[in-house]
Write a protein that binds this ligand. Sequence first.
Ligand code: G3I
Length: 470
Amino acid sequence: MFPSKRRAAAVIAAGVLVSGLALAGGVQAQERAQDEPSTLAASLREAAAANGKFVGTAINNGLLGNSTYANIASSQFDSVTAENAMKWDSTEPSRGSFNYGGGDQLVDFAQANDQQVYGHTLVWHNQLPSWVSNGGFNASTLTSIMNNHITNVVNHFENDVEYWDVVNEVFNEDGTMRGSVFQNTIGTSFVGTAFRTADAADPDAKLCINDYNIETDNAKSDGLYNLVSSLLSQGVPIDCVGFQSHLVLDQNTSSFKSNMQRFADLGLELIITELDIRISTPADSSELQRQAQQYAGITQMCLEVSACSGITVWGISDRDSWVPGTFPGEGAACLYDDNYQPKPAYSAMVTAFGGDPGDPGDPGDPDPPTGCTASYVANRWNNGSVVELRVTTPQALSGWQITFALPAGTIVGSWNAEISQSGTSVTARNTQHNGTVAANGTVSFGFQTNSGATYSTPVVSLNGTQCTTA
Ligand code: G3I
């Protein structure tokens, strides 16, 4: 659909997992969900990939050491966005001094888990170090500072980042340009300059303009539409629009689809980049159900607009979300609750993608892969260990992904699984030959490490669901 730039390898890889399920669209997918649930994708990323869409999350690097967080991040999402680690205050905290530690960590995590990386963000008035915002630079100097920042960051992540939010939140609510230091010093031309510079640094990356409150047809989205149309007519290399989609429960988004479509008609790719739906807390069950319907509606809309290539949610669980800190008294905005348990919104999103999240309360629908049991047997010596992991599943599987934390050592060899390790997070996937497992069957694989250190038996998850570990 958008052949000029590279297509995310991770998305294609995830699609292979469910290639037998390749579906033409979400409506068809939903019809199948009622008839053939046992063969449908069980994780969010599998369900999205079956429709040719990606599904991502913002990642807080500081939480990757939490194996529950890391397991959900790797098993449910095939795209990751740095919540903060690639912003200007992290990457160039002082002039000409670049720091890529957080971004590199995220890239490593993504590559270990067959995920694409969505880059956020190059030019933004927020999380901008004061040496830029208060530097008192003239237009020429600030332009070269901006270009130098973009060139260095994009060059560093070339081949690792599929998309960049080149400019972020450049509009006021009335559709005029926000008075950032870039706008006030350089003028609106800074936007086109930023895109041309990013394109020169990585011609294969997809370059997006990203904003909030542009989901519906309103003055702000009109301002964006006019700017983007003008930039395109000048030959500015802009590929995509990011609709942040920080929504409120019951918000009327009825014009979201037609608004997206007018940008699609300009030939642009569209991404829902920061989806969350906040509720006054504590949220009751009726509110959580309405929130679930809203998540499903956004998902369905992305399925219906072919130019919409994916949806990223802004954070995994309610406890990690930015919302309560910014909107006191509001929260519960994410797919997982404070205890990392999936909420109705999670099931609704999987279902909207045509997958089967499982519903133990419905006798017509088989259980999700809960009730799995794992045995983790480690034989250790002074500088090495061999681990055999066996996981028994009550449900039949057509592809599996097993995640756990390895507190000590590096995996140096494995059998009966494709294994990747990022820090202490390990993901084991079926090989070409052992993905199909009958109900009550057992997955068995093993690996060797270079450490003989002892540690307590880790928590093991099968396709994103925690197992009982013996
Ligand atoms: O890193 C410092 C730490 O050193 C310090 O001790 C601490 C004290 O407050 O602050 C830490 O920085 C915080 C940073 O997140 C990293 O955790 C900032 O205070 C906090 O303001 C910042 O919030 C981020 C916010 O952007 C800043 O505008 C949120 O995590 C992040 O979710 C949010 O994301 C934005 C998108 O980038 C753009 N669209 C809107 C979205 C939500 O606001």
